[in-house]
Design a protein around this ligand. Structure first.
Ligand code: HEC
Ligand code: HEC
Length: 259
């Protein structure tokens, strides 16, 4: 079932590529149709005699695993026919990185094969194991932190929304409450409480049933001196989960102070 689905989507990618190539041929009738080479000229990590079926499956596999297209690693213009690309060239640094990654993955699998596991059927590490459809395999919290560092909170929120629209159902990122909790609490720990409030507010919007998300927002409000809001959020946290000890404790403290 799983395998069939995977083979199915692979066929779709091949078909899509074929359609793209056909469409290209239609607009530019003078252009030749792109053919995978019978014998590739410049293979340094794949076997020199890799048949074209295997080469095309590998390349399409790379694009899917990293969520990129051919020009990410090859010299050529997006939107131009593949016949105009120079696939032999080593000009793009990403092509070199990809070669090193192929070797790294082979080493990982070799190391793994020497380890003992309870399951006889082994897991094979592949590009997708780490990349999950993105060129840089960062967690959501790491990616947001890096945008925050370079461009501030508005850009970070914008990036979150873009990533959510694009990747929500893909499994490329963890869109559960954990990621925004982690990132929001790290902002709080660094003393950026207004920005933490903004992130943790998005988290309660997205996860309105999470007691933990509300008590974290309560923590950020308390740190920013917004007592009433903090109380409201701790109350909500307790309403959702009466066993939330942190919310109970903080609520007692705040009410004590408020009196
Ligand atoms: C993540 C990087 C990456 C992406 C994306 C990628 N390739 Fe490659 N490609 C490589 C690497 C690396 C090699 C060389 C492999 C080696 O040295 O053994 C290669 C080699 C090739 C070759 C053989 C060239 C020769 O004659 O030496 C062709 C053809 C090719 N790629 C086509 C494609 C096409 C078409 C796409 C898009 C569907 C694509 N590649 C996407 C990294 C990539
Ligand atoms: C064990 C995890 C892991 C596996 C497996 C893996 N990669 Fe990577 N790859 C990384 C990490 C981590 C980075 C980002 C390094 C950085 O930017 O600090 C990366 C970066 C890259 C980049 C550069 C991206 C950029 O934006 O510059 C390319 C290209 C790439 N990987 C290709 C591949 C290919 C092709 C495979 C499969 C043959 C593969 N990787 C398998 C971890 C992995």
């Amino acid at each position: 079932m799983n395998l069939r689905r995977r083979v199915g989507s692979f066929a779709i990618v091949v078909a899509t590529l074929a359609v793209a190539v056909a469409a290209t041929a239609r607009v530019a009738p003078a252009q030749q149709r792109f053919e995978w080479p019978e014998k590739a000229k410049n293979l340094k990590v794949l076997p020199k005699n890799t048949p074209k079926e295997k080469l095309s499956a590998t390349m399409i596999g790379f694009t899917r695993a990293l969520g990129v297209r051919c020009p990410f690693c090859h010299v050529g213009q997006e939107g131009q026919p593949l016949t105009t690309y120079d696939f032999v060239s080593d000009q793009k640094p990403t092509k070199d990185v990809a070669r090193r990654m192929v070797k790294m993955v082979a080493n990982i699998n070799r190391d793994l094969s020497k380890m003992k596991f309870p399951e006889p059927k082994r897991v094979t590490v592949a590009c997708v194991t780490c990349h999950r459809g993105r060129p840089r395999p960062l967690t959501l919290a790491e990616e947001l932190a890096s945008v925050y560092e370079s461009a501030g909170i508005d850009s970070t929120v914008a990036r979150y929304n873009t990533l959510r629209d694009r990747f929500y159902s893909s499994g490329s990122y963890d869109f559960s409450e954990r990621s925004l909790n982690e990132f929001g609490m790290s902002l709080l720990a660094e003393g950026h409480s207004p920005d933490a409030i903004r992130i943790l507010s998005i988290n309660v919007e997205q996860n309105p049933k999470s007691s933990f998300a509300y008590s974290n927002l309560g923590n950020a409000c308390a740190a920013a001196g917004q007592k009433d809001l903090a109380i409201q959020n701790y109350e909500k946290a307790l309403e959702l989960d009466p066993r939330n000890r942190e919310a109970e404790q903080k609520l007692k403290e705040l009410r004590g102070v408020a009196k």
